[in-house]
Design a protein. Structure first.
Length: 270
């Protein structure tokens, strides 16, 4: 596991976006060999998406041969609903880049047969040979996508019930009315994420400090699904100083030391 500690959310976002851009450019995707990118929603990736959009518009980063798979979608919200993740992704990212509509994959929360939808989603990922890089974030309880605490670490795409805490957190997008927050979601599983060749996780803010501490220093446990990252051969956590508040001093110093040459965002482009 690599841990990249940045000063704040802005530099965290720049680092992540430029790392993704570097990976796409070095992969040199083509129509026959696309770059498969897993993507999250929520507040954590917004800065990364903003920088990727800038890189596309100002520095020629192309998404023409990039295929995306989103982590999750609410059950019961149509894709045109203002709080659906379809709407989120097109509003905040896809409509600003040159990605092909047919290359965008987001679970259908309105599918008549949700179990079939989950199986089809996994099959679609497999048809591309798996995900090259999965970008994600973690919740304050350590969940990744909608894999809440005590989710199986060997889980694949499935239907999940949302915890009360998650619904409270997400109610800010639903007029602060928890009754408007869907109780179910279609989500990729922990194994869906860790089967990807690389995982890049964004962690920002003091509210995520305990989750970050568990992800790095805690024992691998389904109580903290983020700890599954410890088992991945190529996982990267990009965090800000505020999220490091619960780390042991020696842990903090260790990663600042060994990742020192890679902390400079601009160095990534050289």
């Amino acid at each position: 596991m690599r841990v990249i500690i940045q000063n704040d959310y802005e530099t965290l976002s720049l680092w992540a976006a430029r790392y993704i851009a570097q990976r796409i450019r070095r992969f040199a995707p083509t129509a026959a060999r696309p770059f498969v990118l897993g993507l999250p929603t929520g507040s954590s990736p917004l800065g990364t998406y903003k920088e990727l959009i800038r890189l596309h518009k100002e520095e020629g980063l192309s998404f023409e041969h990039v295929v995306t798979f989103n982590m999750d979608e609410y059950v019961g919200l149509g894709r045109d609903h203002e709080q659906s993740y379809h709407t989120f992704m097109w509003k905040n990212f896809f409509s600003h880049i040159d990605i092909k509509t047919e290359h965008v994959h987001i679970p259908d929360g309105m599918a008549r047969d949700l179990e079939a939808e989950c199986a089809a989603y996994e099959a679609a990922i497999a048809s591309y040979g798996g995900v090259e890089l999965f970008l994600g974030g973690i919740g304050s309880d350590g969940h990744i996508a909608f894999n809440e605490p005590f989710s199986s670490l060997s889980s694949k795409t499935r239907i999940k019930s949302l915890t009360y805490d998650t619904k409270v957190m997400n109610s800010r997008f639903f007029d602060n009315d928890i009754t408007k927050v869907p109780s179910l979601a279609v989500t990729v599983g922990i194994k869906t994420i860790t089967d990807s060749r690389e995982v890049l996780i964004l962690v920002n803010g003091h509210s995520k400090a305990h989750a970050l501490q568990q992800a790095i220093e805690g024992a691998v446990s389904h109580a903290w699904t983020c700890t599954a990252l410890q088992l991945h051969p190529k996982s990267i956590i990009v965090c800000d100083e505020a999220a490091c508040g619960e780390l042991k001093l020696n842990t903090y110093k260790y990663f600042k030391d060994i990742e020192g040459p890679y902390l400079d965002v601009d160095a990534l482009l050289k």
